[in-house]
Design a protein around this ligand. Structure first.
Ligand SMILES: [Zn+2]
Length: 109
């Protein structure tokens, strides 16, 4: 028994499950073509979710950079440090997501 992604909700389920315990999708009476199409949709949805997350990560990074360079350090002395921390978090998050997306793409071939 192996764990596979549910074709409907993408959560991990048993490969022998006839029904998804998470979303109650019935996996029995689908043709192979329907299963294939559902799998493709699940992959596309996952990719879209990752793209959205990487966009948010890039926004966080840009916010950090703007705080670091444009923040008024005399009025707000914490601004450059906060900018560095937020920018670093955003950059690391973005790079991790991009690496994960490349791995996913290579695996799906
Ligand atoms: Zn499901």
């Amino acid at each position: 028994m192996a764990l596979v992604d549910c074709i409907s909700c993408s959560k991990k389920i048993s490969s022998k499950a006839t029904e998804c315990p998470h979303c109650d999708a019935n996996l029995n009476d689908l043709s192979e073509a329907q299963l294939e199409a559902r799998r493709d949709i699940a992959v596309i949805k996952r990719q879209q979710r990752l793209m959205t997350q990487s966009f948010v990560a890039m926004l966080v990074f840009c916010t950090g950079v703007l705080m670091y360079f444009l923040g008024d350090a005399k009025t707000y002395p914490w601004m450059p440090l906060a900018g560095q921390v937020i920018g670093t978090v955003g950059l690391v998050w973005y790079l991790a997501l991009r690496c994960f997306m490349v791995v996913q793409k290579v695996r799906s071939r």
